[in-house]
Design a protein around this ligand. Structure first.
Ligand code: XMP
Length: 509
């Protein structure tokens, strides 16, 4: 196995994922892990992750120096490389300007990481500090125009450092470098698979839950369905699922879900109607974070009430994925900045008396889909586009009212129908309508109109960490716009969102 030391990078799960893609088991451990514990785990290699700190900052993450005496290959990425250089006697300097974005990597000296690669390919940089002096026995293996020490190696000790981020998609050859590190440097074997993850997760749930009961919110989406199926496989009828209708669902959603959940999954499900409660609490609220907090808190409250009706329920199951956590807080309480407070994790009140079971919390969406297939869940459910916990509330800019919900529901249903008809539903990560808080003037049937505007959002993505706006065909955009304006009352304008993530997020709020 490979151990990844978490120095607080947003990308450390991406590193884990790159390792897993090679069918090699890996584990992320906090920087505070003792070297004895590492010895016990007996890894074939160690990756030191990047992180937002500078090594000269007070309280920046650190790890015992004796890690470098274990005779285990080490790959340091960005902050991980700075840390290694500094602790082994080299020098790091704060750059005058942060370097962020693409650079061309020139290979200067051979390195097993660059096996069979031609020089001069794109790598992705994001750093404030740079190495300016190397420790003894290290050589520079690659440079970029701005960063002469962009990759380093100590071949004898098998220590390697990369200033750029090989784990992100934009670093050409990046995943290949990780794979060379795993196989050529560390001599790992390919023995990890979705089946082994699945078996391991079921065993862990069994052990954690025993004969206690778990209650779980089912949204009908991929994540909660896969998590529920996994928990069900572990504890059977001791899993009690609850579907909350919060009044923020899409058109016919409850009916569709009732059918697919009951016919596809052999689960205990209770449907709870709490539309009024949510809409009353959201009355007059326009701030996105407030909306999220209110919905998250109410959701938990409803759950507690339902849990109390089930005698002996001690656990709350959730389909939280890794990107949900990383955008709310670092998976290990590290320094990753909060981007949005996600429904699954942000609204959890301290007072909650249920313990959490989150079997998917280290997986990305495409991995969850693979796991779902492994569990025998049917394709329609597995390939549903994601729908956020706060539902349509974060797709209505401004106040949420019954009439604005009705407008958005109709527009969204038309959009999805057209996307499906065009055969694009599965190819898109998400496609949905957003109701804007502006009205504009139009002319319909010789009459002046002053009505609402719908934005069409469609994105492609692998993991929701980054996304590109989908280049939808113009005739499809035309039919979506025509149908929405003709069929939905109070809409006279449709616009198309051409923002990628970053700098935008997928949802508008
Ligand atoms: P953003 O808008 O942050 O969304 O780029 C990334 C992905 O997460 C979904 N999303 C959520 N999912 N609870 C969820 O379960 C939430 O509060 C939430 N907010 C956003 C979003 O639809 C996209 O797929």
């Amino acid at each position: 196995m490979i151990i990844i030391i978490d120095f607080g990078s947003q990308f450390n799960q991406l590193i884990a994922r790159r390792v897993r893609e090679n069918d090699v088991y890996c584990q992320i451990e906090p920087a505070g892990i003792s070297v004895n514990k590492i010895k016990e785990l007996n890894p074939k290699g160690i990756i030191l992750s990047g992180g937002p700190s500078s090594i000269y900052e007070e309280n920046s993450p650190s790890i015992d120096k004796s890690l470098f005496d274990l005779d285990i290959p080490i790959l340091g990425i960005c902050y991980g490389m700075h840390y290694m250089v500094n602790i082994l006697g080299g020098k790091i300097k704060k750059a005058a300007k942060r370097e962020y974005g693409f650079a061309s990597l020139d290979i200067k000296n051979p390195s097993p990481l660059f096996k069979d690669m031609d020089t001069g390919f794109q790598c992705w940089m994001s750093h404030g500090d740079s190495a300016i002096e190397l420790p003894e026995n290290f050589v520079i293996t690659a440079s970029t125009e701005n960063t002469s020490i962009a990759a380093i190696a100590n071949h004898t000790k098998k220590f390697y450092g990369l200033q750029f981020h090989p784990e992100v998609e934009h670093s050409i050859n990046g995943s290949l470098m990780i794979s060379h590190f795993i196989f050529d440097v560390c001599n790992c074997r390919e023995n990890w698979s979705m089946k082994s993850f699945c078996d391991g997760a079921i065993a862990q749930i069994k052990e954690a839950v025993g004969d206690k009961k778990v209650i779980m919110g089912l949204s009908g989406g991929v994540d909660s369905s896969v998590a529920a199926t996994l928990i069900h496989k572990a504890i059977g009828k001791n899993l009690f699922c609850i579907f909350v209708n919060n009044g923020l669902l899409r058109k016919n959603e409850q009916e569709t879900l009732e059918k697919s959940l009951i016919s596809n999954l052999d689960l205990n499900i209770k449907f709870v109607d709490e539309k009024e409660k949510f809409l009353t609490a959201l009355k007059g609220v326009t701030d996105p974070e407030k909306k999220r907090k209110i919905i998250g808190n109410l959701f938990i409250e409803v759950f507690e009430a339902e849990a109390n009706k089930i005698e002996g329920a001690q656990f709350l199951g959730q389909g939280t994925l890794y990107p949900d956590i990383i955008e709310s807080k670092s998976a290990f309480g590290g320094p990753t900045a909060i981007i949005k407070s996600h429904h699954n994790v942000g609204g959890l009140p301290e007072k909650m008396k249920l313990k959490l079971i989150e079997p998917l919390h280290l997986l990305f969406k495409d991995e969850v889909r693979k796991l779902g297939t492994q569990l025998g869940i049917n394709d329609d459910l597995i390939w549903r586009q994601p729908f956020p916990g706060p539902g349509l509330a974060i797709r209505i800019m401004g106040e949420i009212t019954v009439s604005r919900l009705a407008i958005l529901r109709e527009a969204d249903a038309i959009l999805l129908e057209e996307i499906r008809k065009a055969g694009l539903y599965r190819k898109l990560w998400q496609s949905f309508a957003v109701l804007l808080p502006v009205k504009s003037v139009g002319v319909m049937g010789d009459k002046r109109t002053f009505a609402n505007c719908i934005a069409v959002r469609a994105v492609t993505s692998n993991d929701a960490m980054t996304a590109d706006w989908a280049k939808l065909p113009h005739d499809l955009l035309g039919s979506i716009s025509n149908r929405i304006i003709n069929e939905v009352e109070n809409i006279n304008r449709v616009v198309f969102d051409i923002t990628s993530k970053p700098p935008g997020t997928i949802e508008w709020e």
